[in-house]
Design a protein around this ligand. Structure first.
Ligand SMILES: Nc1ncnc2c1ncn2[C@@H]1O[C@H](COP(=O)(O)OP(=O)(O)OP(=O)(O)O)[C@@H](O)[C@H]1O
Length: 361
């Protein structure tokens, strides 16, 4: 049974003139990394909010990790949400708490022991490359660092599912690469990731499953996004990162990282391609945000999904929460290479819905 399934799901907001989601059918298997793409207003955030049970479907059935979300009682919702990690474009950090306290807080609210907190917080900060920043307050962090704290907080209790709404939306291309490295590492521990994004270069480079929404309907569901790698690495830092990612895939990565995903490639190659294309300056956002449907349908040439015959391989020993693996792909400070963005797209992302959702924690 799929980890996430939506059957004929429709969402009409009280003031909505048309359905925000219109008879959506979608299945996501355990361990998958799914990009949700589509023009502004196509329904990406709504889909994530339904999965988080911040909104209820008007019609249809949603199941997440065995939970039928229609049957979830109000008092069960906080517990349900704690089993899911989520990150937003604007980080939502607690401004009066340090990096350490922000991450520890997630564990405190679920009643974790102090000894557990003391063990897990440094581990996850190391995973996201923030060792040394424990005592900084959010205002003392760069955008990329703040987003990594948000990721650490979402991941610290090793959720089986991580939902991300434009997690790179406010970040420059090189910093976004760092965030994608962390997300990729988290995914390789077995955590299923559903990420809404406008960033076509990230999607094209990572070559994960791409679900494209338009007007609340799924217009495309492909196993891999476009492949458009750069062959030229004149920048030493980005080249090193790309080499490192490729090297890790074949030499030092943990077993989970070496497991070929459907299609036979190693997931770290996506990061290598992204590093390459970040450097080449092909960092455009999802460029067709305000264009017609004909023009927006430019995603991918990949295979159409056949969930019957293909499935993501699981690494033996990993439980549902992904605790069988530890992410080893630590991030390095990537903020120095910001001059390569030759993006000419002038669209701005107006994702205000996610921004207004304050996490209960
Ligand atoms: N609370 C709400 N009340 C009424 N309509 C809403 C509400 N939230 C979203 N909508 C509408 O639902 C549709 C889908 O919005 P949604 O935020 O899911 O799109 P999106 O693809 O995430 O867009 P973006 O990329 O701009 O974040 C839009 O037409 C939007 O105006």
């Amino acid at each position: 049974m799929a980890l996430i399934s939506l059957e004929d799901v429709t969402k009409v907001y009280p003031k909505g003139t048309r359905p925000a989601l219109d008879r959506i059918n979608l299945e996501v298997e355990r361990g998958e990394f799914v990009f949700l793409v589509g023009a502004s207003g196509s329904g990406k955030t709504t889909l994530l909010r339904l999965l988080l049970r911040e909104e209820e479907a008007t019609e249809g059935e949603i199941r997440v990790a065995g939970n039928d979300l229609r049957r979830l009682k109000s008092r069960q919702i906080p517990l349900y949400r704690r089993s899911i990690g989520f990150v937003f474009q604007d980080y939502k950090l607690l401004t009066n708490k340090t990096v350490w306290q922000n991450v520890a807080f997630t564990l405190e609210v679920i009643g974790a022991r102090r000894s557990t907190i003391k063990t897990m917080v440094p581990q996850v900060l190391k995973t996201v490359g923030l060792t040394g920043k424990e005592n900084n307050y959010p205002r003392e962090l760069s955008g990329g660092e703040a987003q990594r704290v948000a990721l650490a907080r979402a991941y610290v209790n090793h959720p089986g599912i991580l939902l991300a709404d434009e997690p790179t939306g406010n970040l420059d291309p090189t910093t976004s690469l760092g965030i994608m490295e962390v997300l990729d590492a988290i995914n390789r521990t077995g955590t299923t990731i559903v990420m809404a994004t406008h960033n076509e270069e990230i999607v094209n480079s990572m070559r994960k499953r791409v679900v494209e929404l338009h007007g609340g309907k799924i217009m495309r569901d492909e196993r891999h996004g476009l492949y458009d790698s750069a062959k030229f690495f004149p920048d030493a830092e980005v080249e090193a990162k790309a080499q490192q990612a490729l090297g890790k895939a074949s030499l030092t990565a943990p077993a989970a990282a070496q497991t070929p995903v459907a299609g036979g490639e190693f997931s770290n190659e996506g990061i290598a391609r992204l590093a390459s294309s970040v450097h080449a300056g092909r960092t455009g956002r999802y460029g067709e945000v305000f264009s017609s449907v004909e023009e927006t349908l430019t995603w991918g040439k990949g295979l159409h999904l056949d969930l019957e015959s293909e499935s993501i391989e699981q690494t033996p020993g990993q439980d549902e929460a992904g605790q069988g693996g530890t992410a080893t792909n630590t991030n390095t400070n990537t903020n120095t290479n910001t001059n390569t963005n030759t993006n000419t797209n002038t669209n701005t992302n107006t994702n205000t819905n996610a921004q207004s959702q304050e996490r209960e924690q």
